[in-house]
Design a protein around this ligand. Structure first.
Ligand SMILES: C[S@@+](CC[C@H](N)C(=O)[O-])C[C@H]1O[C@@H](n2cnc3c(N)ncnc32)[C@H](O)[C@@H]1O
Length: 258
């Protein structure tokens, strides 16, 4: 799907990410790798019904492996990783969590009982976000009162302005989750976003340079920089904490940088 068409059509890649999580939920049925018990609500009826069957799931996984080796396992690992980041923030009663390009992220709903005071702002392009709202309504999943869904086109609008209108407080400690989004954006929008987030300079430069992302048939996922250099897939998923001691970490990194 082209970048421009996202204003007219919801994101298909967000559906794929949810599909892997739904399949994993049926396969593993455990908190570590199959935690997303709500992911299935984002599919039309036949698929929601069909993934109950092991044969269908095996078929889906085989097809996915053929075209993008490793992506199923990658999405599972990334979901488990960000679940923990999110849960840690809730345990700490962090005042705000901002999810950029949230797609069908269900953490605000799955973990609502553990949320005492944290305000959660989900940002996404309106087409994807409207579809998410419709699916949640159809599944009778109520949006918790501290969760706000705010539309944004990160290629056109100022993140700061949109967030401030949504009640975001710049002086409060905040976890930002940027999971699998930056490589869909225009380079200038990535720059603007990294300037707003507490992104360390070196990582900001790296992120800004990512121009294209693809899953190699070799089983490796690579992002290409403007100079044609290849980066490991870890460079496409991140979290950042703005606060007294800002922190950041990329999925796949070993220790957070302060
Ligand atoms: C691969 S999906 C990832 C969704 C979610 N973070 C996850 O990991 O499941 C990419 C998301 O980025 C969003 N996105 C892409 N371009 C965008 C833009 N210009 N502005 C806002 N969101 C955008 C899509 O709508 C989609 O939800």
């Amino acid at each position: 799907m082209s970048k421009k068409s996202l204003e007219k059509r919801h994101s298909e890649t967000a559906i794929f990410a949810a599909l892997y999580r739904a399949v994993a939920n049926k396969e593993f049925k455990n908190e570590r790798f199959g935690s997303d018990y709500l992911a299935e609500y984002f599919f039309p009826f036949p698929l929601k019904f069909l993934i109950k069957f092991k044969m269908i799931r095996v078929n889906l996984k085989n097809k996915s492996h053929k075209f993008t080796p490793g992506i199923y396992e990658y999405v599972l690992a990334r979901t488990a990783f960000f679940d923990n980041v999110f849960l840690d923030a809730l345990k700490e009663n962090i005042p705000q969590i901002v999810v950029l390009g949230a797609g069908y992220d269900t953490r605000a709903y799955r973990f609502q009982k553990l949320n005492n005071t944290t305000k959660i702002i989900e940002l996404d392009i309106s087409t994807t976000q409207n579809r998410k709202k419709k699916c949640l309504k159809k599944a009778q999943i109520d949006r918790p009162k501290h969760v706000t869904l705010v539309p944004i086109n990160l290629n056109k609008e100022s993140l700061k302005n949109v967030l401030e209108k949504a009640g975001y407080k710049n002086n409060e400690k905040t976890l930002f989750i940027w999971e699998g989004v930056n490589y869909y954006l225009e380079p200038e929008s990535v720059d603007a976003t990294t300037q707003f987030l507490p992104v360390p300079e070196q990582l900001g430069r790296k992120l800004s340079s990512v121009r294209q992302f693809e899953w190699g048939r070799s089983g490796k996922s690579l992002a290409y920089s403007s100079a044609g250099e290849k980066e490991e897939m870890g460079c496409i998923t991140h979290w950042f904490i703005r606060g007294e001691r800002s922190k950041s970490c990329s999925f796949c990194c070993h220790s957070p940088s302060s």
